[in-house]
Design a binder for this molecule. Sequence first.
Ligand SMILES: Nc1nc2c(ncn2[C@@H]2O[C@H](COP(=O)(O)OP(=O)(O)OP(=O)(O)O)[C@@H](O)[C@H]2O)c(=O)[nH]1
Ligand SMILES: [Mg+2]
Length: 476
Amino acid sequence: MRIGDLADGMTRGVEGIAASVSETFMEPVLRLGVTGLSRAGKTVFITSLVANLLDRGRMPQLRAAASGAIVSAYLRPQPDNTVPRFDYEAHLAAMTGSEPRWPDSTRAVSELRLSLKVRPGGLGSIFGAVTGPRTIHVDIVDYPGEWLLDLALMDKDYAEWAAETLGRLDRRPGSDGFVAALAGIDPGAPFDEATAQLLAAQFTEALNIAREAGFSDCTPGRFLLPGEMAGSPVLTFAPLPVPGGSTPRGSLWREMERRYEAYKREVVKPFFRDHFSRIDRQVVLVDALGAIHAGPRAVEDLRRAMTEILGAFRPGRNAWLTRFLTGKRVEKILFAATKADHLHHSQHARLTSIMQALMKEARRRADFAGADTAAMAIAALRATVEETREQRGESYDCVRGTLMSTGRQAALYPGELPEDPALLLEPAREGAEDWLDGDYQVMHFAPARLTMKPGEGPPHIRLDKAAEFLLGDRLR
Ligand SMILES: Nc1nc2c(ncn2[C@@H]2O[C@H](COP(=O)(O)OP(=O)(O)OP(=O)(O)O)[C@@H](O)[C@H]2O)c(=O)[nH]1
Ligand SMILES: [Mg+2]
């Protein structure tokens, strides 16, 4: 199953065209896809990107900002009337208020439209003077990262998904209750609702514990964040082994299979069809540092999850990333390692190479041929300052910030990332329990208290470079 296969034929295709030019004014629209697992940094990224496009003082590497080509930027009503608006103001107020804090984890989908008035060639350009400024709309969607995982389900039938999921239970914490519940049932026995509910509840608990322990691949994503679907049949199933050779009609197994397919059809498909199928530019956010900190298993799990997810973006007839009717694909994809402010800049290049290596198979599988891709280490909201500390004759490149736990200032030396990413990725692939050469630390820093000058957005690392890559060519 590819993203494009979800297009459901012509109706959607026609809508796709209508949405790519703003209805009334025929102004161009750029849909920016922000892809990332839960806690990858999507909401912070969107908030800070928008704030820094509205006030462009900290965006020197975005050429259209530096040259003055962007005349003005403002928020406009979004195109989709039934999707909640991304609560930009509340998120920004949280991050930059007098008691700065991170925005809450996202629980539902939302959307924002940022419109940029651009004078081609910049201020004083003859071309600009002749043609006058034009407007380009940038549409961005935010959603809970848990839901992204479900993209990998579209390619799997129930038996496959169940076998994979059951196969990794023993390598994950928190599965005991579910394993015990499974031991007591016969998947070939006639279906009954009480058993289905018990299994689903135990399985959901196992997923939640695994997620807490830093595992990325915890499908189905809505089990972690059910919203208004809690308790419905599409969320009341669990993986079962195939009962001895046959799957009789009316059996528990058959009903679980039916619900799994209903979940894919009625929950997963509409979400991706509505929000992912018209993307022009894509940023893939990855919390590589967080996974490295959680250990080799989390790194391998992240690598696999991202490979499976991006597999759905492979091209083909009606592919997910194929523009409807025009056959155009996503033009640019940025792979960004987020939260780079946890590292001194002397290590940013290493983080970028690790991210590139992590995403290598995903990129190959997705075959983003024709798309322009780049990788960089960024911090959407910089929460630290750099500092070099001497200890016993050695100097350490640290970062300093306000600890979330105590509110106190602390300096962090996260450990030295290897120059060769294989030194991390290979032990992870081979199933190592711990890193050989010590630990990698992550501290949870609160956003720094700021005084933002007029015309400046929140502080960041390379957000301007990311914006230049993603949007720059359309703003000239
Ligand atoms: N230091 C630092 N921390 C960050 C940055 N961006 C995100 N974080 C941290 O990562 C956490 C998750 O960021 P979010 O933007 O909420 O992540 P998300 O991808 O929207 O997560 P879900 O909504 O759960 O899918 C934040 O609460 C911060 O602790 C950053 O630029 N610097
Ligand atoms: Mg979020």
